[in-house]
Design a protein around this ligand. Structure first.
Ligand SMILES: [Zn+2]
Length: 293
């Protein structure tokens, strides 16, 4: 559920969109939700793209498109805050700060969805009035594992732990049914391939991946160390690694090794979120941007 949203402009597209053209992806199905007075309509989708007067009761518009499909054919949706001033910057504009947030990769770890809700709900004015935030181009993938989320299961429909399936330092882990089963090979899963293709195009400066429930952030000796430390400080998470498990084929590691200039890290939320905690995480994402290497 997208709590508190006034308007959702949903663009369902089976086109494997590139980041640069996602905002203009083929519109196959457009609907406007939760605001019966909206001027948007399937017959005239462009009227719903931007609020037209200050009197209209919403402050943000988010466009959804699909980056691919899961094993069972569910769309892997990405939301783009097309109302933010940073979304207007050219891809090669040096001011542009591309931020990507992934709410769910393990289908039984859903607290990151609350952080994404907060990012949906942040006012456009907050971004427009700040010299750093006005350059933010904000993208959100609620879940790259919609099949696992549907089943409330860690793995995808092939019982693969997607966060062991990425094509850097991939190694076989156990068999289907094991909690860390890594798949039949690097990027064997459609969800993994959809994400790698999307990121190769979008090239986010910062990607944050939400998990549960170790309640920590792993420290880093690399250039992203200060970013992680500041995120931890602002959210109260201990800066420490997660013990146990095998960490090959991890998504954030693939990003860092493939694109050394980009920052990507995992945030392990706790078992539940306290009141206001999701908001603190959403704010922390924005607050660490000046520290990006
Ligand atoms: Zn996890």
């Amino acid at each position: 559920m997208r709590r508190g949203l006034s308007v959702i402009v949903a663009v369902a597209s089976t086109v494997a969109c590139s980041a640069s053209d996602a905002a203009t992806a083929t519109v196959e199905n457009v609907f406007v939700a939760e605001n019966p007075t909206s001027t948007g309509s399937p017959a005239n989708p462009t009227t719903s793209a931007v609020p037209t007067t200050a009197a209209e009761p919403w402050t943000l518009v988010t466009k959804y498109s699909s980056i691919g499909e899961s094993v069972e054919g569910r769309p892997i949706r990405v939301a783009h805050r097309i109302d933010l001033p940073g979304s207007e910057l050219a891809p090669d504009d040096p001011r542009r700060i591309v931020v990507l947030v992934v709410g769910v990769i393990h289908g039984d770890e859903l607290a990151g969805l609350d952080v994404i809700d907060e990012l949906h709900d942040m006012s456009r004015e907050m971004f427009a009035d700040d010299p750093v935030l006005s350059a933010v181009d904000l993208w959100m993938i609620p879940s790259i594992n919609p099949d696992g989320q549907f089943a409330f299961r860690r793995t995808n429909a092939n019982l693969v732990d997607l966060n062991r399936n990425f094509p850097f330092d991939w190694g076989p882990i156990e068999e289907p049914g094991h909690w860390q089963y890594a798949g039949t090979g690097p990027a064997s899963e459609p969800e993994t391939r959809a994400f790698t293709a999307f990121v190769e195009d979008l090239r986010p400066d910062l990607t944050v991946w939400y998990h549960q429930d170790a309640f920590s952030i792993a420290p880093s000796n690399g250039p992203d160390g200060p970013v992680r430390a500041e995120y931890a400080r602002r959210t109260g998470l201990p800066l420490e690694g997660v013990p146990g498990g095998t960490y090959t084929g991890v998504a954030a590691t693939w990003q860092r090794k493939t694109f050394p200039d980009d920052t990507a890290f995992i945030v392990e939320l706790g078992p539940t979120l306290a009141p206001g905690e999701a908001r603190r995480h959403a704010e922390a994402i924005l607050a660490v941007l000046p520290l990006l290497p």
